[in-house]
Design a protein around this ligand. Sequence first.
Ligand SMILES: Nc1nc2c(ncn2[C@@H]2O[C@H](COP(=O)(O)OP(=O)(O)OP(=O)(O)O)[C@@H](O)[C@H]2O)c(=O)[nH]1
Ligand SMILES: [Mg+2]
Length: 349
Amino acid sequence: MVPTLDEAPNVEPLYSRLRASLESSGRDCFEIVFVDDGSTDGTIEIIKRLSEEDGRVKLVVRSGERGLASAILRGISEAGSSYIVVMDADLQHPPEKVPELLEALEKGYDIVVASRYARGGGVEGWSRLRLIISLGASVLAWILVPETRRTSDPMSGFFALNRERVKLPQKPPPGFKLLLEVLRLNPQARVAEVPYIFGSRLGGRSKLGFNAIIDYLIHLAMASTPLRFAAVGFTGTIINLLVFYAFLSFGAPLDAAILAGFEAGLLSNFVLHEKFTFSHRSYGGSAISRLAKYHVSSAAGIGVGFIVSRTLTTVMGLDPLLSQLLGVIAGFTANYLLSSRGVWAQKSG
Ligand SMILES: Nc1nc2c(ncn2[C@@H]2O[C@H](COP(=O)(O)OP(=O)(O)OP(=O)(O)O)[C@@H](O)[C@H]2O)c(=O)[nH]1
Ligand SMILES: [Mg+2]
């Protein structure tokens, strides 16, 4: 499937090369779905003509809707087959690589990423600034969205997937990077890579602007399981303090107020982790057993935080406030790792 927006000089050469590459690999039975968001440069007319000449070319024109990720989702839903390849119209994604992507799907991989950063891949004609931005964006994804670590190029716009085995987002993520969302939603998926050289645009002009960077950062923040975990922890702390204060105001003993505050924060965190933080995973066991385990991981977090804070102050002579802060970070990390790998661990297979 190919999203298009003002790509008039490119669609015909793309069609010819794609067709030649598929046919010479022995694949006659395919469909090329173009999703256009109201091009005004004649793109639509060219694709219409191609579709009249070749029944395997299909055109969807959306009006009133825009956005690359949602256009791709629409294209996938319009396509008739289980094996889907997503690629740009401007020939930066070489059509000659498509058979390799399909072969990997045929071998049983669920997601195949055409990667600029795998051995043998690369980019052509990029300025130093664009290289730095792309590298920075990859590093951020690696840190914030661990599910992307299965590929060297989670921001690729050139990828293939088996629609029967891959869960797609209900709503399009903000911005350009649908693959990142697909990787996040399918932590169990088998991922393969095919290296390629990202060429220069054949014709037309780029739609990638500054807004794409902002959209990407918003997307990363929303897609990041550790950040979600931290945000939920923050709400839990507020609930803890509110319940603690309410208990004290009603004359409860201090110990009871402390424990009630912790338990209320923990329960609310638990519900939010189930419904929000880890909602994209399929995890095992009963809710009761997860709740019990979450008590253990939270207690372990407090224990680790206590030991770190205490050690830094007493043994290393660090400022107590700084030690306590580092203790909080260590405790948070311990709780996150135990929760993510124990309580809500993704079931394999
Ligand atoms: N349907 C649709 N297609 C879009 C939209 N924005 C971009 N595209 C298409 O998505 C593909 C990628 O856009 P590009 O502008 O080439 O982005 P890029 O490859 O990251 O940037 P360049 O290297 O500058 O070309 C192209 O085929 C565009 O025509 C959109 O809002 N709707
Ligand atoms: Mg491009």
